[in-house]
Design a protein around this ligand. Structure first.
Ligand code: UDP
Length: 239
């Protein structure tokens, strides 16, 4: 069991990284089933604006705080979360554990060239990992859905960006009996070498969000969402 704390109408995992990784890796080892959402401020705002999306998130097994924005807000609102648990780190931990145990992964999303490079990269880095599905995210939904249903995948990583990735997971989740499903956003771009994670200095200063905004094609939209999120937190604190 991991502790959870309610924030913005969503139930967030409230754990240290060690507690969380141990917990989720145990589910993987035991062939369990889970739908994991990694929530940043943008995703929280979307859930507040769109009741259909919120319902989908509340049906997920776990929501983890992805990014310093959520963790800072939790402190300001008097319900502090113990740690930020970035989705890219959770996914990496799970890939490592899956490799160690010779488990299987299904990959869906990203540009065609990203998927090709990703499969190469994972094959080299995780030689015991079985890749049982690899579909890019531009026009392969039908094939990916069909393949997933019969794949028996232990880990399902979906990089379509929010909300598409969570919506697809919600649609296919009932088709299989086990597997850990995660929406991983831009992680495939990073792992395949097509986009860089923020340099160490940015991460150390907890400014990864600033780097992402300044390098993302929809950076302005993201910046405005972050400002709206910050404003909402300040207002809620005053009320
Ligand atoms: N993506 C995709 N299909 C789509 C839209 C996006 O596969 O129809 C992929 C995109 O190539 C990228 C990932 O989804 O690898 C994340 O996209 P984006 O950066 O827009 O999402 P965010 O990081 O804002 O969640």
């Amino acid at each position: 069991m991991v502790n959870k704390t309610d924030l913005f109408g969503l139930s967030f995992v409230n754990a240290t990284p060690t507690e969380w990784y141990t917990h989720i890796k145990t589910i993987l080892r035991q062939n369990g089933k889970a739908f994991l959402v990694t929530a940043n401020p943008e995703l929280v705002l979307r859930s507040l604006r769109d009741p259909g999306y919120k319902k989908l998130l509340t049906d997920a097994t776990y929501i983890t705080p992805d990014g310093i924005g959520i963790t800072l807000a939790s402190g300001r609102l008097g319900r502090p979360l113990q740690a930020t648990l970035p989705g890219i780190e959770t996914s990496r931990e799970l890939l490592r554990a899956a490799d160690k145990a010779g488990k299987s992964v299904f990959l869906y999303g990203g540009k065609p060239e990203v998927m090709k490079a990703l499969v190469n990269e994972l094959t080299i880095r995780f030689p015991r990992l079985q890749i049982v599905g690899a579909y890019h995210g531009y026009g392969q939904e039908g094939e990916a859905t069909k393949a997933l249903a019969s794949s028996g995948a232990d880990l399902v990583l979906v990089a379509l960006g929010a909300p598409k990735q969570e919506e697809w997971i919600a649609r296919v989740y009932g088709l299989v009996s086990h597997g850990i499903f995660i929406g991983v956003g831009g992680s495939f771009d990073v792992w395949s070498g097509h986009s860089k994670r923020a340099p160490k200095l940015f991460r150390k200063l907890r400014l990864e969000w600033l780097y992402r905004i300044s390098t993302h094609p929809r950076g302005l939209e993201k910046a405005l969402d972050l400002a709206a999120f910050a404003l909402m937190v300040v207002r809620r604190r005053q009320n």
